[in-house]
Structure formats: C-alpha cells, structure tokens
Design a protein around this ligand. Structure first.
Ligand SMILES: NC(=O)c1ccc[n+]([C@@H]2O[C@H](COP(=O)([O-])OP(=O)(O)OC[C@H]3O[C@@H](n4cnc5c(N)ncnc54)[C@H](OP(=O)(O)O)[C@@H]3O)[C@@H](O)[C@H]2O)c1
Length: 235
C-alpha cells in the first residue's frame, strides 16, 4: 500500500487552518498531518493537545527540522493583520519571516514542495500586497516546488470553529454585487477572482493540488477562478 501523504501545516490554529483540518479529515486515503502551534498560543488553542500538534517557534531551526522530517509537503496558512501589529505580529515577522523559516527548514529537511496561501493581487500596490508578493518570491526563488494560492476575501462555513482569531464573516452585499458582475459578458473570470470565497472551497483546492504530482504543481499560481473549480465539492 502507498505511504500516506505527510503534510506539515503552518497556521493550523487560524481560520483557514481549522477549515483545512475539517476538510482533510474527509480524505480517503487519509493524509497524515502535523499541526504547527506556537508556544505563545498553546494555552488558548485546543489544537495544542492534539497528538498531531508540534509546539515550537518556527524560528527554532532544530525543532522545525525535526517536525519536517519525512514530510512530503509544507502548507502555510500563516499571516497576520494590521490590527495585531501591537501584539508583536507584523507582516515582517509573521508573513515574511515565517515563509523564510519554513522555506529554509523545508530545503534542509528535503521536503520537495511548498503550498503557500497568498492573496488576490499579490505583488500589487500597498504594504499588504507587496508583502504577499515578497512571500511568493521567497518560495519561488527556492529549490522547492511552490504552488501559490491567491483567494479574495474569506468566509468561514457555518458550523466550523474559527480558530484563535475567530471566524471570517461574509461581507454583506458582496455576494450579490459579484453575482451581478459575473453575469456581465466577459467578466465571469474577474468576478470569480475577486468575489468572497468560502474557506472550505479554498481548503479543497489545497487538497486537490497536494494530490498532484510535484512537477505538475511546481510554479502553479491559482487565482480565485481556479480555486472555485478545484475546490468544487465532488457530487
Ligand atoms: N482573511 C481573508 O479574507 C484573507 C483573504 C486572502 C488571503 N488571506 C491570507 O490568508 C492567511 C490566513 O488567513 P486566516 O484568516 O486563516 O488567518 P488567521 O485566522 O489570522 O490565522 C493566522 C495563522 O497564522 C499563525 N501565525 C501568525 N504569526 C505567526 C508566526 N510568527 N509564526 C507562526 N505562526 C504564525 C497564527 O497562529 P496563532 O494562532 O498562534 O496566532 C494562525 O495560525 C493570511 O496570510 C491572510 O493574509 C486572508
């Protein structure tokens, strides 16, 4: 029997991480997950008591290398927001710093591939999009087979826990607005790139790419329109 995919999940304690774990639990054959939890967050995160949890700071190269041993992929859902900068989590430390640590750890541990949660418009204007572009660059310029996921605004599906920072809520009116835009001839792809996207769709798109051969996934950039297709629930 083939060995199960072994995947290190960074950002497991966040909104995307929680939905990903929920969707990954349905996979057959099963996927083996290792869940990263920061020591500073362990007390408030029920995941810290999960046998799959690995509690350490990503800057601890020894602990990271131990956790990444024999992994087939690193998935990163790590990131922060401006309103958390005062807690010490900044774009430089959380997003860019964690990407650097994870890439260096993956290269050292010979993990072949890296799936990065980026954002619609990555590399564009403004500090957030520039930072997302920088995270993508770090992965792209490494020897790893990188895949880049660029969703628009998230929505946490009903009934799934939001994680340490709460659930992502639908923005009122956005769904209807993009429904109108999508109906305009020639704008369907644009609407799918920028309309809010449920996190279970995003999670299934990650799972779908994880099952692709490494060389097929290398360098793939998945915009919203690709995520909607890949993440559609099988009938
Ligand atoms: N929200 C949106 O609508 C949206 C849309 C497109 C893209 N994105 C991007 O998607 C990513 C994830 O979003 P989300 O809503 O799932 O975020 P979230 O709920 O805020 O979760 C962020 C995760 O990153 C972890 N983290 C933050 N700083 C870290 C560090 N220095 N080291 C290790 N882990 C760290 C957090 O750990 P703790 O639990 O320990 O804090 C948590 O697990 C973000 O990068 C965001 O920019 C978001």
């Amino acid at each position: 029997m083939a060995k199960p995919l072994r995947v290190f999940v960074a950002g497991a304690t966040g909104a995307t991480g929680h939905v990903f774990l929920h969707e990954a639990a349905r996979e057959s054959p099963p996927i083996e997950l290792l869940l990263h939890v920061r020591p500073a967050s362990a007390a408030k995160s029920p995941l810290a008591n999960d046998p799959r949890a690995r509690v350490f700071d990503l800057g601890d190269a020894n602990a990271l290398s131990k956790a990444l041993a024999d992994c087939d992929a690193v998935v990163s859902f790590v990131g922060t927001m401006r309103n958390r900068f005062s807690t010490g989590d900044t774009y430089a430390t959380s997003d860019v710093g964690s990407t650097r640590d994870l890439v260096a750890g993956a290269v050292a541990a010979k993990v072949p591939r890296f799936l990065l949660l980026s954002s619609a418009g990555a590399g564009g204007m403004g500090a957030y999009l520039k930072m997302k572009g920088e995270c993508e660059r770090i992965v792209r310029e490494s020897p790893l087979a990188g895949s880049f996921f660029r969703p628009s605004a998230f929505e946490t599906p009903a009934g799934i826990a939001g994680g340490n920072h709460g659930a992502r809520k639908a923005i009122p009116g956005m769904g209807a607005l993009f429904g109108v835009i999508k109906a305009v001839p020639g704008l369907a792809g644009f609407a799918d790139d920028y309309r809010p996207i449920p996190l279970d769709v995003v999670a299934r798109a990650f799972l779908s790419v994880l099952k692709e051969p490494v060389e097929v996934a290398r360098g793939k950039v998945l915009e919203g329109r690709d995520l909607w297709k890949l993440g559609a629930r099988a009938a």
